[in-house]
Design a protein around this ligand. Structure first.
Ligand code: DLL
Length: 431
C-alpha cells in the first residue's frame, strides 16, 4: 500500500525534474526573503539562476546548526510572522535552542510525509495509534499525532512517560500501534514481560525513532512485544519525524526526497560522496515555506541506497544512522560509537540491556567504563556466573572496537530509564 504512489514510485527522471523545479523556486524565495542566505550566496558568487537543476546542488554553500543559533530565534524565516502558525524548538544541551517555524502549508506537507510513513508501516484507519513521543516543543508527539490522524487512525495522545497508564490504556483501548523512542519501547517491553500482560495486548506495529538503535535492540523489542518494529527518522530543523521511514522490507529508510534532497558528504572536506559510501547526511528542503534550509549538515552518519526497493518504491533510502559525527567518542585515538558498545553487549545479553558509558581522563589517559545493569535473574545468580558474564562482555567489546573497557555490573533498575531519548554517554573529559 502506498499513500502517494505517483511520487513514491516515480522514476528517477521524473523525481529529478520535480526536485529541480522545486529547488529553483525555493532558491528564488530565500534569495529574496532571507538576508542571511542572500549574503551567503553572494559570497559564493552564486545567484539562483546559476542553479539549473539538482546536479548543481553541490555548488551551494552548507548551512550548519550554528547558523540557526546565530540567527535565533526567527532570523532564517522566509515568510512574515503572520504566516507562521507553529513553532518548535530543539532543547540543545549547549547554547541557544534551534527554532523552527511552520506555515499552514508546511504542516500540511509534514502530515502528508508522516502519512506516507504510517502507510509504509501498514498503519491505516483500522488502527489505534498510541503516541508516546513527547508532545511540546519536541516534534515527535505532534508530528506523529497529525500524521496518524491523516491516515484515519484513532490517535491516543498520551505523550511520553507514565508507564503504568501507557500499559493500562494499551490494554483497555486495544492499541495496535505504539510510537515512541526505541529506548522507551525497550522499557515498555521489559515492563510488559515483568507484569506478564503480553497476551492482553493487541499491538502489531511499532514506529520507533528519534535516536539510533541497533538490530539487536529491534529483535528484542519485536520478540518481546510480538510486533514488527519500523525505523522512522527525522530532525526538527528539517520537519521532525517522517523525513524517512522503513517499509516492510526493512532495508533502509525511504527518504521523502521530493521535499528533502539528500546528499552524503565527507565530513572533513565537504566533498560529495558517491551513493553507497558512508558519510554525513545533508538535506536541502525544497518545499518548506517558513524556514527552508540549503544543504543543512545533519551530523548524522549513514549511506544512501539507490534502486527500486522490493516494496516497489523508488525513493532513495538511507541506511540506519550509525552515529553522529559529533557523538563519536574518541578514546585513546579509537573512534567509538555508543551503538557499537550496544551491539557488543547484546551479543552476550539475552535482553535489551540498560547501560551507560562513562569516559574519564586520568593523567592524560582516557578511560572507558561501561555500566551494565543486571537482570533480576543475574542478580540472584552465583558470583561466578556474574563474573563470567562480565568477562564475556569485556572480551566482546575489546574484539569489536579494539579498546579495553572496564565493566561494572550494577543492580537491576539502578540506571536511569528514559521516557524520551536515552542518555547513554557521560563524558567527564570536557568538564
Ligand atoms: O528526533 C525527530 C523525530 C521524532 C524523529 C520522532 C523520529 C521520531 P530532533 O530532536 O531534532 O528530532 O533530533 C534529531 O535525532 O539528527 C538524529 O541524530 C537523531 N535521530 C532521529 N531519528 C533517528 C533514527 C527528532 N531513526 C536527531 N535513528 C537526528 C537514528 C535518529 N537517529
Amino acid at each position: 500500500m502506498y499513500w502517494n504512489e505517483n511520487i513514491e514510485c516515480a522514476d528517477r527522471a521524473e523525481m529529478q525534474r520535480v526536485q529541480s523545479e522545486r529547488l529553483s523556486n525555493m532558491l528564488k524565495r530565500v534569495y529574496e526573503n532571507v538576508p542571511f542566505y542572500r549574503e551567503k550566496l553572494k559570497e559564493a558568487g552564486i545567484t539562483p539562476d546559476d542553479i539549473k537543476s539538482v546536479n548543481d546542488l553541490h555548488k551551494l554553500p552548507f548551512t550548519i546548526k550554528q547558523d540557526l543559533r546565530d540567527n535565533y530565534p526567527f532570523g532564517l524565516f522566509a515568510v512574515p510572522q503572520n504566516k507562521v502558525v507553529r513553532l518548535h524548538a530543539s532543547s540543545g544541551t549547549t547554547g541557544k535552542p534551534t527554532v523552527v517555524g511552520y506555515t499552514q502549508n508546511d504542516l500540511e506537507m509534514w502530515s502528508e510525509c508522516f502519512a506516507r510513513c504510517a502507510t509504509m508501516a501498514g498503519v491505516s484507519n483500522h488502527d489505534i495509534a498510541q503516541v508516546a513521543y513527547g508532545y511540546g516543543l519536541f516534534t515527535g508527539g505532534l508530528g506523529a499525532h497529525y500524521g496518524f490522524e491523516r491516515v484515519g487512525a484513532s490517535v491516543i495522545p498520551i505523550s511520553g512517560g507514565n508507564t503504568k497508564k501507557q500499559l493500562q490504556l494499551m490494554e483497555d483501548f486495544g492499541s495496535t500501534v505504539i510510537a515512541c523512542t526505541p529506548s522507551y519501547a525497550s522499557f515498555l517491553a521489559e515492563t510488559v514481560t515483568a507484569q506478564g500482560i503480553k497476551d492482553k495486548l493487541k499491538l502489531k506495529i511499532g514506529v520507533f525513532g528519534a535516536e539510533p538503535w541497533t538490530n539487536e535492540m529491534r529483535s528484542y523489542i519485536e520478540n518481546t512485544l510480538d510486533i514488527k518494529a519500523y525505523n522512522i527518522y527525522g530532525l526538527s530543523e528539517i520537519i521532525g519525524p517522517a523525513v524517512s521511514m522503513e517499509c516492510e522490507c526493512q532495508d533502509g529508510s525511504h527518504i521523502q526526497e521530493d521535499h528533502f534532497i539528500p546528499e552524503i558528504i565527507n565530513p572533513e572536506t565537504g566533498e560529495v560522496l558517491p551513493y553507497g559510501e558512508v558519510g554525513e547526511l545533508v538535506f536541502t528542503t525544497v518545499t518548506k515555506e517558513a524556514m527552508p534550509l540549503i544543504r543543512y549538515r545533519t551530523r548524522d552518519l549513514t549511506k544512501l541506497i539507490v534502486g527500486k526497493c522490493k516494496c516497489g518504491r523508488t525513493t532513495v533510502r538511507m541506511a540506519p544512522v550509525m552515529g553522529r559525527s559529533d557523538d563519536m567518542l574518541i578514546i585513546r585515538g579509537v573512534n567509538v560509537f555508543p551503538s557499537q558498545i550496544e551491539s557488543a553487549l547484546m551479543e552476550v545479553y539475552e535482553k535489551s540491556p540498560n547501560y551507560q558509558l562513562i569516559v574519564n581522563r586520568n593523567n592524560n589517559l582516557d578511560t572507558l567504563e561501561v555500566k551494565v545493569e543486571l537482570t533480576d535473574e543475574h542478580w540472584n545468580s552465583e558470583v561466578k556466573e556474574i563474573e563470567m558474564l562480565k568477562k564475556r562482555i569485556s572480551d566482546n567489546i575489546t574484539s569489536l572496537i579494539g579498546l579495553h573497557a572496564s565493566i561494572k555490573m550494577v543492580e537491576p533498575n539502578s540506571l536511569p530509564r528514559s521516557e524520551g531519548k536515552a542518555q547513554r554517554v557521560i563524558d567527564n573529559r570536557n568538564i
